[in-house]
Design a protein around this ligand. Structure first.
Ligand code: DI6
Ligand code: FE
Length: 399
């Protein structure tokens, strides 16, 4: 079994309140797991013969977790970017058949191999900044075979790269053109049967939807969530991104892992989320790209005790972003998170948003998924813009 002890490190364990800082810390790794962590001076005798790596006082954090991406898709949306800069709104473009539906056309045409190939550079960019766990959603095919193809492509990323992939079924992302004006028929005939087929193939870790005026109503999302519940799958929801529809309250009612975007959520929604343990996943890349001005109710989340995560929302339309470091900076500058909240958002709270309890902190028994940074303090990770200080990434105890 591979053994290694990291010594002379500044640890931000994120285990407990605050950063969980340990100066002159050590982490013992055995068989891909953290065997021990604490101040180097208190390292137990039994580790004395183990190989040591001196980290030169560098910062060690849990490896990053991107808990909300649409990293599998074909084509690009640069033309739509131009149109928006000429004055068209995201909703106008969507209603005119562009937006998500233009990516649907490209993704339906792409092979599974082509989807994997297109996703890898996005995944590589996230890995290069210390990510070891990445969630990937379907939702750009919106037909049975295409949704399965997307999920298979997402799973295959983990064969191609040293990374853990969590897949989320997002069949209720948009109403496809062949069902235009017949959203409920789409759910009955395609979306829900495709979910069952994907689950039967073991392709689904969680179920998501887009609850919005341009997508599905809370009543329609509830039908998808009922199907998820029957299959024993956890749910999450794109809620209150562009308007207040009641998606957050619905998500809380189904004990959702997370409600994502949530710019238009209220203090009442925050209380419901706190009661159900639903994480608020904030996506500043989409807020930035769409020139949004409605801020998520961060203060209400703090007061209610709602855990906040941060994610890239990597997608071709509203957040063509593949940097969690930039996401942290945006979380602080645009949403006024503290650097500590930003770091919690891409580690411990991101793990919660995925229903994972074996990563996101530095603690004995957890996976040895770690990031070593050339920085003097954890706040530096959020402070800089467009700079990557990653020194080393450790995935399950290996490089
Ligand atoms: N909200 C988002 O930010 C992405 N999906 C969603 O429901 C955007 C997807 C796209 O525009 O392609
Ligand atoms: Fe999204």
């Amino acid at each position: 079994m591979t053994r290694e002890i990291l010594v002379n490190a500044q640890l931000a364990t994120l285990d407990g309140p605050g950063y969980g800082l340990v100066e002159a810390g050590a982490v013992a790794i055995e068989g891909g797991r953290i065997a021990w962590t604490g101040a180097e001076a208190t390292l137990p005798e039994r580790f004395s013969g183990w190989p040591r790596t001196d980290l030169g006082a560098r910062l060690v954090t849990p490896a990053f977790i991107d808990c909300h991406t649409h990293a599998v898709f074909a084509g690009d949306r640069a033309r739509e970017f131009e149109l928006r800069l000429q004055g068209a709104s995201y909703e106008e473009i969507a209603r005119a058949g562009g937006g998500i539906l233009s990516t649907v056309t490209a993704t339906r045409e792409a092979s599974e191999d082509a989807l994997v190939e297109a996703a890898l550079p996005r995944i590589d960019a996230l890995i290069a900044e210390g990510a070891t766990t990445i969630e990937v959603k379907s939702g750009y095919a919106l037909d049975r075979e295409g949704e399965l193809k997307m999920l298979r492509a997402a799973r295959r990323i983990a064969d191609e790269r040293p990374v853990r992939i969590r897949t989320t079924y997002l069949g209720a992302h948009a109403v496809p053109p062949e069902y235009s004006g017949r959203a409920d028929d789409y759910l009955t005939e395609t979306c829900i049967p495709a979910l069952r087929a994907a689950d039967a193939e073991g392709l689904v870790d969680a179920v998501d939807g887009f609850c919005e005026g341009i997508a599905f109503s809370p009543e329609q999302i509830a039908r998808v969530f009922d199907a998820a519940r029957e299959l024993g799958l956890p749910v999450k929801l794109h809620a209150e991104q562009l308007s207040h529809q009641g998606g957050t309250a619905l998500a809380a009612r189904y004990d959702a892992l997370s409600a994502d975007h949530v710019e238009y959520a209220t203090a009442g929604d925050a209380a419901l989320m706190a009661a159900s343990g639903t994480v608020a996943v904030l996506l500043p890349g989409a807020f930035y790209t769409l020139h949004e001005t409605q801020m998520p109710p961060v203060e209400a989340f703090r007061e209610a005790g709602v855990a906040m995560a941060l994610a890239t929302d990597c997608n071709p339309g509203t957040s063509p972003m593949t940097s969690l470091l930039l996401t942290m900076n945006m979380g602080c500058t645009l949403f006024r998170l503290t650097p500590e909240e930003a770091l919690r958002g891409v580690t411990v709270n991101a793990a919660r948003a995925l229903g994972l309890d074996d990563c996101g902190r530095i603690a004995p028994g957890l996976r040895a998924d770690l990031a070593v940074w050339d920085v003097a303090s954890p706040a530096e990770l959020s402070w800089r813009i467009g700079f990557n200080p990653l020194h080393r990434r450790i995935f399950g105890g290996s490089e």
